[in-house]
Design a protein around this ligand. Structure first.
Ligand code: SF4
Length: 303
């Protein structure tokens, strides 16, 4: 398979075929994110993408049941590309059950309800959206979305929060499943509690099928690292990060979402359904805070 630059995918796509539809992220401005800083965003040539699918079909054939379309916000692909990719995937892999990709709220809002429904009919089944926080000041500070564009579209007050709620509703109306990702520590110590509470509020309002929490690592070379060096951002300590997680599991009230903290960045791997298992997970976090449960050691953590 041909891949350009580093490739990222969610933990739950560990066994998926990765097809690169775009290179990089069309936004590429979230202050903590180092994933695609070395790439200039572009839509990959469609013939190349289709050739990659053909090559994968020759190699893996019936073993492929899940495909993740990379890179950072692949939903932005034009409909002509998506339609051709989804049709070719369906023709190539008889056992195909799921096609997914990362998406920004603006990507979802940029497609019409009919377009999203068409993608779902052709086999796109799951979108990973990463609001990272539900606290509007935190979302602004981490540059989570193109604010000027959202305000230009008439969203005021809490435009980034609202855009994620709107995007989630639109995706679900089209029949797409949704995984929402939040980032412990994104508010720094300054907005730690607001960040945790706001994230739980947004998780409730987005009402996704899957929820995940990752833990922020300040990566050298990012704008957030510059802020940290200038004493304008301080990551909560491990106790503070676990406390954010505790608030989140206790307060998030989606209808019924599978929640995981199995990403390598986390200190405490948890899994359960929210809200059903919120109290049990909060108790496990209390045990971890009391030192009764071991945490993932620093050397074993990853981005
Ligand atoms: S939208 Fe995702 S990939 Fe793009 S800069 Fe933000 S975190 Fe990174």
């Amino acid at each position: 398979m041909r891949y350009e630059g580093s490739i990222y995918r969610p933990p739950s796509e560990a066994h998926s075929l990765l097809i690169q539809g775009t290179v990089g992220c069309s936004w590429n401005q979230c202050v903590y994110c180092s994933m695609y800083r070395d790439k200039t965003f572009r839509v990959r040539d469609l013939d190349e993408v289709l050739a990659d699918i053909d090559a994968a079909a020759d190699t893996y054939g019936s073993r492929v049941s899940k495909v993740f379309v990379c890179d950072g916000d692949a939903l932005i692909l034009p409909m002509t590309h998506w339609e051709a990719i989804l049709v070719r995937l369906r023709e190539s892999f008889g056992a195909l059950k799921r096609v997914s990709c990362y998406a920004m709220a603006s990507n979802v809002l940029g497609k019409s309800p009919e377009e999203l429904a068409r993608l779902q009919q052709l086999g796109l089944s799951l979108l990973y959206l990463g609001p990272e926080s539900g606290d509007e000041p935190t979302m602004r500070r981490i540059a989570k979305a193109p604010l000027t564009a959202l305000e230009g579209d008439g969203r005021h007050g809490t435009p980034i929060f609202d855009a994620h709620v709107e995007a989630a509703a639109k995706a679900k109306a089209a029949g797409l499943a949704l995984s929402a990702i939040f980032l412990l520590g994104a508010g720094g110590i300054e907005r730690s509690e607001e960040h945790a509470r706001g994230s739980a509020r947004l998780a409730t309002a987005m009402d996704p099928d899957f929820l995940a929490a990752l833990t922020l690592t300040v990566v050298p070379g990012t704008p957030l690292a510059d802020r940290e060096a200038a004493d304008r951002f301080t990551l909560p300590d491990i106790g503070g990060l676990l406390s954010e997680l505790r608030v989140f599991v206790a307060e998030a009230r989606p209808t019924d979402a599978l929640f995981r903290t199995n990403h390598a960045s986390n200190y405490l791997p948890l899994g359960g359904r929210l809200p059903r298992d919120g109290a049990a997970m909060a108790a496990a976090i209390d045990d971890a805070l009391d030192g009764k449960i071991g945490l993932r050691p620093e050397w074993a953590r990853g981005l």
